[in-house]
Design a binder for this molecule. Structure first.
Ligand SMILES: NC(=O)C1=CN([C@@H]2O[C@H](COP(=O)(O)OP(=O)(O)OC[C@H]3O[C@@H](n4cnc5c(N)ncnc54)[C@H](OP(=O)(O)O)[C@@H]3O)[C@@H](O)[C@H]2O)C=CC1
Ligand SMILES: O=C(O)C(=O)[C@@H](O)[C@H](O)C(=O)CO
Length: 278
């Protein structure tokens, strides 16, 4: 099955589903990522803090895939937001992966108390000018953080990667991103395999459409207009997760899934207004 392609606000193309790599490390991580690249994922989502950029680079090399067909991403950690440190960290990310460029580089968390995310953003803009990054993006940014980026640099990100799953559908943040030409990407799209995967409503829909619960959730993301990033170490699930472009959920299904939203549906209470990750 082929994953459809989107065009970002900087004119580059990007797949409508990315492969998540958090917790995929070492040789087992390389095998899982190689498998993902060989079953048809074109994009890998990594981070400096996942300590697997080396495994990502090795999987890219050993997959035999043409580098220009892939979209490889990493993220700047909170402890390196200062301008010069951010530029050095991007270089270190490239050395670790043995890549000449990243297709996408994100600020991982805004860390508003630390207050250096605009500096970090200026470093990403500079790294893009230097050809080290093709597209620049953020994760976990709220409107107040994005407004500051725009006011102080005139540049908005191509993607905002946020926590998003049926318990936490992020209607307002998705709308804000959409209205500003920013693609929403969904992290922990399967709720990190929590009880969503045995939810009776989702099981009922899955049975009717002849798909798995994970596929129903990922299709829900796609129909919302968000780009899910499912992680799976297992080849069978990797294939299952990307096989969602041949069926459609009805408006009634979408409305029913919307009822699963919880007032505080975050997995670990990581509210970017106050959460700081280093
Ligand atoms: N920017 C940010 O702040 C964040 C970004 N991320 C990114 O998002 C990615 C995805 O999020 P993540 O937290 O990993 O969680 P996911 O929602 O992708 O869930 C991953 C879990 O689901 C299991 N799983 C995958 N597919 C299926 C399936 N079809 N049926 C049953 N179980 C399944 C996996 O098990 P198994 O591997 O054994 O198959 C794993 O335990 C991360 O890997 C990372 O790249 C994540 C968190 C924060
Ligand atoms: O995985 C990531 O990208 C994170 O930002 C982490 O915060 C992750 O969500 C986590 O759970 C760390 O304990």
């Amino acid at each position: 099955m082929t994953i459809p392609t989107l065009t970002l606000n900087d004119g580059t193309t990007f797949p409508a589903m990315t492969f998540g790599t958090y917790k995929l490390n070492g040789a087992a991580g390389v095998e899982a990522m190689k498998s993902a690249l060989n079953v048809g994922y074109d994009a890998l989502d990594s981070a400096f803090n996942y300590e697997n950029e080396g495994a990502v680079g090795r999987a890219v090399k050993e997959s035999g895939r043409d580098r220009k067909d892939l979209r490889i991403a990493s993220k700047l950690p909170g402890r390196h937001h200062a301008y010069d440190e951010a530029l050095a960290t991007i270089e270190e990310s490239l050395y670790r992966a043995q890549l000449d460029y990243y297709d996408l580089y994100y600020i991982h968390w805004p860390n508003p108390k630390q207050g250096k995310y605009v500096e970090a953003w200026k470093a990403l803009i500079e790294a893009k000018k230097r050809g080290q990054i093709r597209s620049i993006a953020v994760c976990n940014f709220l409107p107040e953080h994005l407004e500051r980026l725009e006011a102080e640099t005139g540049v908005l990100p191509s993607i905002n990667q946020i926590e998003l799953h049926p318990y936490f559908p992020q209607d307002e943040m998705r709308k804000w991103n959409h209205d500003h030409g920013i693609i929403t990407q969904a992290w922990s799209p399967l709720g990190r395999a929590n009880d969503l995967l045995t939810n009776p409503l989702l099981e009922k829909i899955a049975k009717r459409v002849g798909k798995g619960v994970g596929q129903v959730i990922l299709r829900w993301h796609h129909q919302l207009g968000s780009v899910p990033i499912p992680k799976s170490a297992t080849p069978k699930r990797q294939i299952e997760n990307m096989s969602i472009f041949d069926f459609t959920l009805t408006d009634e299904d979408m409305a029913a899934i919307a009822t699963l939203a919880r007032p505080n549906g975050r997995l670990k209470n990581q509210d970017p207004a106050v959460y700081e990750e280093f």
